[in-house]
Design a protein. Structure first.
Length: 245
């Protein structure tokens, strides 16, 4: 079998070449934008210069169930950018669902896949990246992501997370008392999520409203970056290697 890095690259290319895919499970839920004909024309709009965006690359981080996949998808439609969900990419690479990867290959293998995926998606241009809930927790992933562009962290209370995840299979929440597990894990991770660039609450708000706030906050972030650049002169090139295609 080819090495993991090659399989990740192959799966990413296949994902970007196909029609944009909304996150699973949301099609019949209130608040999810259905895949429209306009969405299929996305690639030609990407570099047309007609769309003004606060950023050409943004990642969404945060705890499970905070809405990274759903908000990321809608944000990618609103900004006319590619959409990559790292959990989904890993399921394509391994050919198994996330619970199967955890059960059959182990969490260590899943985290190794995440590291490979982060190495790739930080080289992409024109993309919204929805991360897995644990991706940003690992220091090297965090360093690469924050070196690439803004990382928006979505937040929700343990109760909201519990309500949003209770009918789905999240391997880390397979316990007798998932709400307690959510509280403990969230406490452990909170200080790390705080290291994101921008922070947006998602409790009790429809996804459209969250996307609107994310875009407004990204514009404010962009203006602050521009002011900083004007005051401090040219800054060194970012560390990542830009893809040449
Ligand atoms: N603002 C919202 N209001 C109501 N439901 C939401 C909202 N955002 C997301 N959801 C729903 O909550 C569930 C979890 O959302 P989603 O899968 O986007 O979370 P996630 O942060 O990507 O989680 P994970 O880290 O496990 O991938 C989905 O069914 C989604 O449709
Ligand atoms: O918070 C986590 O560690 C996880 C979140 C999900 O997105 C998946 O990446 C997986 O279930 C692990
Ligand atoms: Mg997700």
């Amino acid at each position: 079998m080819p090495p993991l890095s090659e399989r990740v690259q192959h799966a990413l290319l296949a994902l970007l070449a196909g029609p944009p895919e909304p996150p699973e499970g949301g099609e019949n839920e209130e608040g999810v934008t259905p895949l429209s004909a306009g969405a299929r024309r996305l690639p030609s709009m990407l570099t047309s210069g007609l769309i003004e965006r606060p950023t050409d690359w943004v990642a969404l981080a945060g705890f499970m169930g905070t809405g990274k996949s759903r908000v990321g998808w809608e944000l990618s439609r609103a900004l006319a950018l590619h959409f990559v969900d790292t959990d989904k990419l890993i399921t394509r690479v391994v050919g198994k669902s996330i619970p199967e990867v955890f059960a059959q290959e182990g969490e260590g293998y899943f985290r190794a896949c995440e590291r490979e995926v982060v190495g790739r998606v930080t080289r992409l241009e024109h993309a919204v990246i929805s991360l897995g809930g644990g991706t940003f927790i690992h220091e090297e992933n965090r360093r690469q992501l924050l070196g690439r562009g803004p990382v928006v962290v979505l937040w929700a209370t343990p109760e909201t997370v519990y309500q949003r995840t209770k009918h789905s299979d999240r391997p880390l929440l397979r316990t007798e008392d998932p709400l307690s597990r959510i509280r403990t894990l969230m406490d452990e991770r909170e200080s790390v999520y705080r290291q994101g660039t921008l922070h947006v609450h998602s409790d009790g708000r429809p996804s459209e409203e969250i996307v609107e706030e994310v875009i407004e906050r990204l514009w404010a972030w962009r203006r602050a970056q521009d002011t900083w650049n004007e005051l401090s002169g040219p800054r060194p090139e970012p560390e990542y290697d830009r893809a040449t295609d």
